[in-house]
Design a protein around this ligand. Sequence first.
Ligand code: P6P
Length: 346
Amino acid sequence: MNPPVSYTTENIITIERHILEEQKAHPEATGVLTALLYDLALAGKYIASRTSRAGLMDILGATDNINVQGEQVMKLDELADETIYRLNDHTGRIAVMASEEHADILPIPEKYETGKYVLLFDPLDGSSNIDFNAPIGTIFAIYRRVSSEGAGTLADCLQAGKEMVVGGYILYGSSTMLVYSSGNGTHGFTLDPSIGEFLLSHPNIRIPNKPKYYSVNQGYAIYWSEGVKKFTDYLQGKDGTIKPLSLRYIGSLVADFHRTLLSGGIFYYPADKKDPKRPTGKLRLLYEANPLSFIMDQAGGYASDGHQSILEIIPEQLHQRVPLFVGNRELVEKAEEFIRIYDDKE
Ligand code: P6P
């Protein structure tokens, strides 16, 4: 069940030490990726400090802006977006960035050097939950650039998830956690606010073999395909195949995913007929589904769009949406089976 490790001074492992040790597994590593990850941890600390005080400062609520997704931008969204961009635009480590909050790619200002990495991020996912003090999160994906030099390009951003170098998220909840994988397992760090350090609390996370929860917004069941409806009936034990799973749904992707990763089960946001403009559902491929799928894959789970591995999808647009089924492999493959039987014949 992935219990946190207990701490003594002998085994304090900061995220910096962990990344440095990870780096030894990559002889070609030059320390740039280590520094980039450390900058993201710093951004997480800063955003955590602001979200924990949000109720006391004039930083709750919405701005007058509508983002590329057509969603009202919350003040904390803007703060998180600006923080991540500003902490990374001048370091010479990055060729180009892309954010959920911006329609186009984010170039590195001409006065700064560009580097070999690409950073895609959702600065503050689930921000509509801020006013209810529900957990929210930052999600990020790091790739090597495919363009040769100079300013990074859209093609640098449109890489399949299986090419990812690092996938990670920061969860601002009852405690602040950073969970990441650089392709050598999935590891969780908990922020100790008294010293301002992320300390290794969940080494080598593995999704438990025994699923515990299923997580989906059942309010939209009338919009689902027949296959998704039948799959949900299966999870509820209606066909007598399995004991019913409990339902947990917070409506904040990082929190719902994190619980699935640590407790076992499945999270899904299927394609639905609720909004003709969003036939493939709500979640975005590049900076939500891909990094979370990479993390789950490294923890022994699996992620699919209902037909294929998320990590195999070749992106065509920066903000393209994708149905997402992620968790225990047996459950995700069961979802694919129901979709194959009931939907693909349509
Ligand atoms: P719904 C939050 O707005 C978000 O993008 C994800 O964090 C979350 O999983 C999903 O939307 C919730 O969407 O339609 O269930 O409210």
